[in-house]
Write a protein that binds this ligand. Structure first.
Ligand SMILES: *Cc1c(COP(=O)(O)O)cnc(C)c1O
Length: 850
């Protein structure tokens, strides 16, 4: 049959439990295990078989089982309590956001992302970026932030991974039927389904908008598999990260430009537009186009207004993660677009120009930096790396002052926490602990948990993982046609008493999954120790086009089948959020050994730590901020190396030494009751120190306090009275750029070469401003300690205008300064443009030093 339509038919639901439908369509259930338990209780086999998809579950469950549940007192009690909790969540009397920023309670934040990792039943994510986006939305819902998500509902999602007999990764795609997932057609105020369109060369492409409800936050996800699109356009959004550059630019046009049109069609007026990585950043261009077309603004004016609303988070220093398109491609796709912006080809290309070895490129990251005033990396270290990487966009500005800030990633606590620990934390942290996750003081109570209790819960989680793992390995071996003996053997692999290390993440090569095998004999000896056995479980997908990544998988798989390693090393195929939960809750330790500083943040280790699973990690990403010497282990030194080989050697030696001399002995050092007291101490320290700060609750508050609120204020300032503020700011910037050439500054600092700590001294400066006015600039005195060539403890003091202009048109500035630190102190004086409507003082990238 040529299928033209598909619907899910649901059995008749007993009236008493009819709200199971409503619950099925709100992903609130995905982070509330008591809600999931309702479905599991009705038919646990079906629940697992359908990958915990509530909607498929309800359309497939036997009516008799629903009837049985509806007549079961025990079930009804749970049902009522879950729905009571759901109703309370959906209609809160107060939320953090509304209590903190009541004046902005209706200002919508549109959060654009190419992927959203919400739950295994919706495979529209590839890895950490997507899971972060999903966790971002869940936490936004928790704190009452008026956020809406914008992205794609890929009908084939990311691929399903199979490992063949030779250990090679094979990619399969399964079509998701949207009638079988918790999505509904998005509708406008009149109740009509929403279809939007964008222009691609020679045609229009249409996309239908779907809605997924994540607690209080709606996600609007587009799909181009609709009439009257051409067959090839219908497949445009079929897969996440599939295809070549051309497919990528088309997808990004639909995501960014189509995404803004979807919001308009739905009647959603957002104030802030947050791009999660650069894929969606054409949304900024579309907003500029709207302002030029409908408000009569010039390109520069429109750009000011659009950038004020823009927040951009960069997620990786790795080149493959930063799209750069060649100009031919951009000509073809935007040649008919830029005239609507009121600029020419050069203006359009220069906006995102980033020269590459192969020629001039159009960089999505550069475009994102230019079309948003707020930028950030995802850990302190990544912020610093990003400031250096993109410093050239602010040519006059010192690396440390480049306006790229950071907000360290976190995880959505309830999504990743084991149910038994959830109950335990409720008992020890208080019934309202989920409202105070980001409060470090609250977590001190973890120390009160009896060691035996925490250890028993951990051991049960480990047992559950091993059962899961055996089932999966049996299934893998059956799939590739292995013999009965080998399948049977899989039922006994892994030992509950062995020290179990987990390593699961995308198999990008910089993550170095095979590092632990650099010295095969040494690791084999460690694993095979009779008294202190060790085992490692691996999982992760390599991008289908990443051959080196795929060969890492093959190597791990082959070692796992090699004599001497069998039963001690396992590679599990098809890593997803479901498997992720088993792993981070059930292993003893989480291993992370990327090439520093390539791991922008990493979040899987945060999930583990929350569950009492300590990390052993290279000091990269989030770990330098978290590691305190007691809550896990740091592999190697906080440094980078010239040669990859030398770095691999140094890091692997550090890892072996740690395992042999510290980690494994600590784990097996038991008291008379069989408890590893030293290890449990690390577990508790890990929970206490990681759970509060590395939560999305803390992260969302940071995004709000640092970026969203200032973006709202800036947007309001620039847009009121027909964008008067944007017009003023843009003509002011033009005048500054025109006049800056003539600006000059000279200064006098203390003549003495020695000063006493606490001594006061006077600094003076003279500026020549040409056609600029004193109110256009700020003159600053800077002082820092020179620590072997690194400037630390920098102080910036604004100097006062004391007189001017004199007969030579000079202005005099002065400041009284106190020496506040010892050592070799360096000083400087500079003049910068300043304006109240700037988001960052370095927005123009103009500085003149004396
Ligand atoms: C958390 C998570 C990731 C990210 O892991 P990193 O260690 O941060 O790379 C990737 N995939 C899945 C399924 C996850 O749950």
């Amino acid at each position: 049959m040529k299928i033209i339509s598909r619907v899910s038919v649901f059995p008749v639901m007993p009236q008493r439990i009819t709200r199971l439908y409503e619950l099925a369509f709100n992903l609130w259930w995905s982070w509330n295990y008591t809600a999931q338990e309702l479905y599991r209780t009705i038919d646990s086999e079906l629940w697992d078989e359908l990958n915990h998809n509530t909607v498929r579950f309800l359309s497939n469950v036997e009516p008799a089982k629903l009837e049985k549940a509806a007549a079961d007192e025990e079930f009804l009690k749970k049902y009522d309590s879950v729905l009571e909790a759901f109703d309370a969540y959906m209609n809160p009397t107060s939320t953090w956001y509304k209590d903190t920023y009541p004046e902005y309670k209706d200002k919508v934040i549109a959060y654009f992302s190419a992927e959203f990792g919400l739950h295994e039943a919706l495979p529209i994510y590839s890895g950490g970026l997507g899971v972060l986006a999903g966790d971002h939305c869940k936490a936004a819902s928790d704190i009452g932030l008026p956020l809406v998500g914008v992205g794609f509902l890929y009908p084939q999602g990311y691929f399903i991974q199979r490992i063949n007999y030779d250990g090679r990764q094979e990619a399969f795609y399964e079509k998701i039927h949207f009638s079988e997932v918790p999505a509904t057609a998005a509708v406008n105020a009149k109740g009509e389904e929403v279809v939007i369109s964008v222009d691609l060369p020679g045609r229009k492409v249409y996309a239908k908008v779907w809605k997924i409800q994540v607690g209080r936050v709606p996600l609007y996800l587009m799909d181009t598999d609709v009439d009257p699109n051409l067959p090839s356009d219908r497949d445009l959004t079929a897969r996440l990260y599939g295809g070549d550059h051309e497919l990528r630019i088309m997808q990004e046009i639909v995501l960014g430009i189509g995404g803004v049109r979807a919001l308009r069609a739905l009647g959603i007026a957002a104030t802030v537009y947050h791009s999660n990585d650069s894929h969606p950043v054409f949304q900024g261009l579309e907003r500029v186009r709207e302002l030029v077309q409908t408000q009569g603004l010039s390109f520069d004016q429109a750009k000011e207004a659009a950038a004020a609303s823009g927040v951009f988070t960069t997620h990786t220093p790795v080149a493959a993660g930063n799209d750069v398109f060649n100009h031919d491609l951009v000509d073809r796709y935007f040649g008919s677009f830029w005239p609507y912006l009121g600029i020419d080809r050069d203006g359009f290309m220069n906006l995102a120009r980033h020269d590459q070895p192969w020629g001039p490129g159009y960089s999505m990251t550069v475009l994102a930096m230019r079309l948003s005033n707020q930028h950030n990396g995802v850990s302190a270290l990544h912020g610093s790396v990003s400031r250096r990487m993109w410093q050239w966009l602010w040519p006059g500005v010192d690396a440390d002052e480049v306006p790229v800030d950071h907000v360290t990633n976190g995880i959505h606590t309830q999504t990743w926490l084991a149910p038994e620990l959830d109950e335990l934390y409720t008992q020890y942290l208080g019934a309202d602990w989920k409202e105070r996750i980001d409060d470090p003081a609250m977590w001190q109570a973890i120390d009160k948990i009896p060691d035996q209790v925490l250890w028993d819960i951990h051991c049960r989680a480990k047992k559950t993982l091993i059962e899961f793992l055996r089932k999966r390995v049996i299934q893998m071996r059956v799939e590739v046609g292995e013999g009965t003996g080998s399948v049977e053997e899989a039922g006994h692999i892994f030992d509950e008493n062995a020290f179990t290390i987990g390593f699961a993440r995308r198999f990008a090569t910089y993550k170095r999954a095979t590092l632990v095998f650099r010295d095969v004999a040494r690791i084999q000896k460690l694993l095979g120790d009779k008294k202190r056995p060790v085992q490692i479980v691996f999982a992760g997908k390599a991008h289908p086009a990443d051959e080196p990544g795929k060969s890492f998988i093959q190597r791990v798989h082959q070692i796992s089948r090699q004599e001497g390693f069998e039963g001690r090393i396992v590679f599990l195929e098809n890593y997803d959020m479901n498997m992720g939960r088993y792993l981070v809750q059930g292993v003893d330790m989480w291993l992370n050994n990327p090439i520093r500083p390539n791991e922008a943040s990493g979040t899987s280790g945060q999930k583990a730590a929350l569950n009492g699973v300590p990390n052993a990690s290279i000091l990269d990403g989030w770990w330098p901020e978290a590691y305190n010497g007691k809550n896990g282990w740091a592999i190697g030194e906080e440094r980078t190396y010239q040669s990859q080989d030398i770095q691999d050697e140094a890091d692997s030696l550090a890892l072996y030494n740690l395992l042999e001399n510290d980690i494994v002995p600590t784990y097996f050092n038991r008291d008379e009751n069989g408890l590893p007291l030293g290890w449990i101490k690390v577990m508790k320290e890990s929970i206490k120190t990681v759970a509060p700060y590395f939560s999305t609750r803390r992260m969302l508050k940071d995004y709000t306090n640092k970026f969203y609120i200032s973006s709202i204020k800036q947007t309001l300032m620039l847009s009121t009275e027909n964008y008067a503020g944007a017009k003023t700011l843009s003509s002011w910037k033009r005048a500054i750029y025109d006049g800056w050439n003539r600006v000059a500054i000279s200064a006098k600092t203390p003549a003495e070469s020695k000063l006493a700590l606490g001594q006061e001294f006077k600094v003076t400066a003279q500026t020549f401003l040409g056609q600029l006015r004193p109110s256009d600039v700020v003159v600053e005195f800077l002082m820092a300690r020179d620590d072997d060539g690194n400037l630390v403890n920098q102080e910036i003091i604004t100097m006062e205008l004391v007189s001017g202009p004199d007969q030579n048109s000079l202005y005099n500035y002065a400041a009284n300064v106190k020496v506040s630190q010892g050592g070799s102190i360096v000083m400087g004086v500079r003049v910068l443009p300043t304006h109240p409507a700037l988001t960052s003082k370095h927005e123009l990238g103009l500085v003149r030093w004396a």
